[in-house]
Design a binder for this molecule. Structure first.
Ligand code: ADP
Length: 248
């Protein structure tokens, strides 16, 4: 029931590739403002699940609901993005030759404008938002630096900032701390934690220490369905989860 604080609802989802069920009767509920971690061994279906939410992959059966009764299975990928679902892939895809400011400006303009610098620029409201996002992602001092000169961690934060310029209600984040230093990981944990609350954040991650540090509810996927759900302590002490990870 979406009226009770559930922002995303995947029900009885099955996806087959050449007869192989990558997702097998998956049920997932994400609450508004929640920080959720998705873990599971390679091949568990994590990427396919994210692809279903964003409309990149269509399930054979089941339903996907978002926000106020939006049926995502009836919407195109751009429509789903416009409805408020932002996705951050593992590798940063910022515009290296442009400044941090220009990257955020481009993101604010959306995909429909070829290049915002040729148009009238940002509205006063968007300018305020850009300043706020710079603070959130910790790049205020780098605003006029080229994105290509940033560290790996800073590029990841810039890309999250670009998504924030689109005002998402739900952020999907794929392996955010891969390749980061310990300090960058801590900063990323703080960032993702601070973003939840006013929006929902779903993180797919392999780094168990990182997942523990951000303390969201954890969902363990295995063979395309939910094996366990709970706190990190609960799922790590779950016998079925231990078996699956030992058997990897
Ligand atoms: P995870 O992200 O948890 O590692 P995936 O969602 O990538 O898992 O994959 C789940 C299963 O589906 C794997 O066995 C994978 O090989 C298979 N799979 C994923 N995408 C495709 C595809 N396009 N064609 C065929 N098999 C696929």
């Amino acid at each position: 029931d979406l009226s009770h604080g559930i922002i995303l609802y995947l029900e009885n989802i099955t996806v087959s590739f050449d007869g192989f069920k990558a997702i097998n009767d998956l049920n997932l509920y994400i609450e508004a403002g929640e920080l959720r971690c998705i873990i599971g061994p390679n091949g568990a279906g994590k990427t396919t699940m994210m692809d279903i939410i964003t409309g990149k992959t269509r399930p054979d059966t089941g339903s996907v609901w978002f926000g106020q009764q939006l049926n995502l299975l009836k919407m195109s990928e751009p429509e789903i993005a416009s409805a408020g679902i932002g996705r951050k892939f593992q590798k940063p895809t910022v515009f290296e030759h442009h400044t941090v400011y220009e990257n955020l400006e481009l993101a604010a303009a959306g995909e429909r404008t070829i290049w915002p610098l040729l148009t009238s620029g940002l509205s006063a409201e968007q300018q305020d938002q850009l300043d706020e996002v710079l603070g959130i992602i910790g790049l205020t001092e780098h605003v006029h630096h080229r994105a290509g000169s940033l560290s790996h961690g800073q590029k990841q934060w810039l890309e999250i900032g670009m998504l924030l310029m689109q005002n998402p209600l739900l952020l999907l984040v794929d392996e955010p701390v891969a390749g980061m230093t310990q300090q960058e990981m801590e900063r990323t944990g703080e960032l993702l934690t601070s973003l939840a609350g006013t929006r929902s954040v779903v993180v797919v991650e392999h780094d168990m220490d990182f997942i523990r540090s951000i303390a969201g509810k954890v969902t363990v996927l295995h063979q395309g369905s939910v094996l366990a759900e709970g706190t990190m302590d609960e799922v790590q002490n779950n016998e079925r989860v231990i078996e699956v990870y030992l058997g990897e």
